[in-house]
Design a protein around this ligand. Sequence first.
Ligand SMILES: Cc1cc2nc3c(=O)[nH]c(=O)nc-3n(C[C@H](O)[C@H](O)[C@H](O)COP(=O)(O)OP(=O)(O)OC[C@H]3O[C@@H](n4cnc5c(N)ncnc54)[C@H](O)[C@@H]3O)c2cc1C
Length: 594
Amino acid sequence: MTTYTVPLRDMRFVLHDVCNAADTLSVLPGYEEVSADLMDAVLEECAKLCEGVLFPLNQTGDKEGCTIKDGVVTTPKGFKEAYAQYVEGGWCGLTASPEYGGQGLPETIDYLVAEMVGSANLSFGLYPGLTQGTILALAAHGSDDQKKNYLPKLVSGEWQGTMCLTESHAGSDLGLLRTKAVPNGDGSYAVTGTKIFISAGEHDMTANHVHLVLARLPDAPEGSRGISMFLVPKFLLNADGTPGKRNAVSCGSIEHKMGMKASVTCVMNFDGATGWLVGPPHKGLAGMFVMMNKERMFVGGQGISQAETAYQSAAAYAKDRIQGRAASGPQRPDKAADPIIVHPDIRNKLLYARSVTEALRALGVWAHLQVDISHKHPDANVREHADDMVGLMTPILKASGTDLGSDITNSCLQVLGGHGYIGEHGMEQLVRDVRITAIYEGTNAIQALDLVGRKLGIGGGRLFAGWLKEVDQTLASLKGRNDLREFVLPFQDAMARLSAATVWLNEAAATDPNARGAAANEYLRLFALTVLGWMWVRMAAVATAKTDSGDPYYETKLQVGRYFMSRVLPQTGAVDAVMRSGSSPLMALSEAAF
Ligand SMILES: Cc1cc2nc3c(=O)[nH]c(=O)nc-3n(C[C@H](O)[C@H](O)[C@H](O)COP(=O)(O)OP(=O)(O)OC[C@H]3O[C@@H](n4cnc5c(N)ncnc54)[C@H](O)[C@@H]3O)c2cc1C
């Protein structure tokens, strides 16, 4: 069996000690009441739900999966009741505006809530995760009527939100999509087309679905500049706002997938379904990006969530399973062999998992604080800088959270040997479940292209320069701290490598059209490892100052950080070298030779 206890201590350490979240948030208009105690209370309450209700449904949900009969989708046993509890607890509307029934809490808290929900049950967490993105998109671009009619029920969680982008011939390249929207003459549109791979497109847990659908108007220009966004409910609303007549949208079939079997993935048919334009015509992609950016960071957190569960499960197994003797002599002479945790290779896997997961969590919290600042800070310059940081870190968090999360989950399976591969222990489910996170919400290759092709270029490198200032501030605040040399020096090496790689990339791209594409994944990895190194410097600075407290947590933190600095961060050297090999090793082979 896998095991999972919400890492509340580590979450509090990152929130309060490293990121000083309460002080940062409580000066933002609307968040005056946000204190450390309040945040702790929210996290503790959610932890009970995750450990007591959602985690026990994880393996059974995987075994049973979702089923469809006559277009009606049934979620696995226990999901409906668990979802009702989730709604009852107000978890769907944690960050939504109180105007629509939400609790108006910061995104930073929601990020940690989503991590623990994902760790407990990745499939379950995707349902409310999608609704939250729908809420953001409607709040940003919906008309007053759309907000009034749909937001309260989405915020309460009584209705499900979805994102309907993908078509069979239009995945990464949404400019190819063909779904049509024709004006009905009464302000509504008839939406016709088939969307595939739609998460939560149809199920039995909510009374209505609110689909946000990308489609083309009759006069739409070709490509991504001709895409509009429509709101298409499953049930049209009666005059009193309750769900009424069934709309012409239906689930044709559901996918049989490698993992996340309790999260339904639907083929959705829109047969002249009644919909309403959200935002201006032909600007739907920009509108949808409000949802996509939220979901990209959410999906990064999904990767981290699986790494955490895998780590905890592998660590428990490694202390229990006895095989072989320690190289330094028997550690448990009373037993026939020592627990496998004595072996350096097992420790390597566990420390890799833990050191990366803890740094990713810190990055997730820091990045979401930037989200909150970018939404609420009274000073426009501060908001712009925070927004820049969010823009820069979104592809990094999404791609590294999910790539490293997948790698860690796989490596933790190895700790269980053959027992990891068979179904009984649940580790193989984690590996299957996490795999999609590197693919959906824009594959990680697309994230890397977003970083090198778009984010680095904005404002002549303003985002990267803004982040360098953040790093400089950290280093300036640690000046003279000789006790941190083992963290600061390797981090400075990685920073120098990243800065030089950024210059190299721009120069290479000036003469080679394939340079960015060839370098993108390695550049993103180099950037991500360096950012994680930055997080470790910040965590080590706090932990070092607290080791005298007598709490062993801080010494353990430093040990884990030392592992990262000596065995993970140096990988930047190899990644950098691979990146600098340029595009010719990739492009030299003719297509026919493959
Ligand atoms: C379980 C599941 C749930 C999903 N949920 C949703 C949902 O709720 N809503 C929704 O709209 N979609 C959803 N999707 C779709 C998902 O977002 C897409 O699968 C994803 O964006 C990739 O598109 P594709 O599968 O068509 O792959 P393709 O776009 O065909 O890509 C194939 C490969 O080519 C690479 N590639 C493509 N273009 C480029 C390029 N320009 N440069 C370099 N490499 C490139 C990709 O990285 C990938 O490796 C879901 C998919 C799955 C499997």
